[in-house]
Design a protein around this ligand. Structure first.
Ligand code: 5GP
Length: 118
């Protein structure tokens, strides 16, 4: 029922365990894992287990649970990395900067005065 979803994307492989990842949170519906090319120390990604290409096609139940996981992870990385703030980012389609086509939220610790990597 979601023809736009390509099950061969790299996060689908991470979900299946075909590609290793450093998981920091997991429940029945979601996984959080460290980004391999962090924009800042502690850069974490949160994704649903339910196949969704991005926010635009995600079902509301998946999305609402996912946001509660984003909140948990944001508080955890804020503590763990002693961050001043947390930047949440999420991209939909290549034109908007999406490179992996399985829905995910970026959770990025921010420190006063530290520049974001481009
Ligand atoms: P986006 O699609 O939102 O632009 O970003 C995808 C993110 O996934 C990037 O920040 C990139 O560093 C990360 N990424 C790409 N491939 C892998 C991977 O194999 N493992 C992990 N942990 N992160 C990845």
């Amino acid at each position: 029922n979601n023809p736009a979803y390509d099950g061969n994307n790299i996060f689908a492989k991470i979900l299946k365990g075909e590609i290793p990842s450093y998981r920091v949170y997991e429940d029945e519906h979601a996984v959080a894992f460290m980004d391999v090319m962090p924009q800042a120390p502690g850069h974490t990604l949160v994704m649903p287990k339910q196949p969704s290409r991005n926010l635009l096609d995600a079902d509301p139940a998946t999305l609402s649970h996912l946001v509660t996981v984003v909140q948990k992870v944001a508080n955890a990385v804020k503590d763990a990395f002693d961050a001043d703030g947390i930047y949440i980012a999420q991209f939909n389609e290549a034109s908007a900067g999406q490179t992996v086509f399985h829905l995910h939220f970026h959770v990025i610790p921010r420190h006063e005065g530290a520049a974001l990597k481009p």
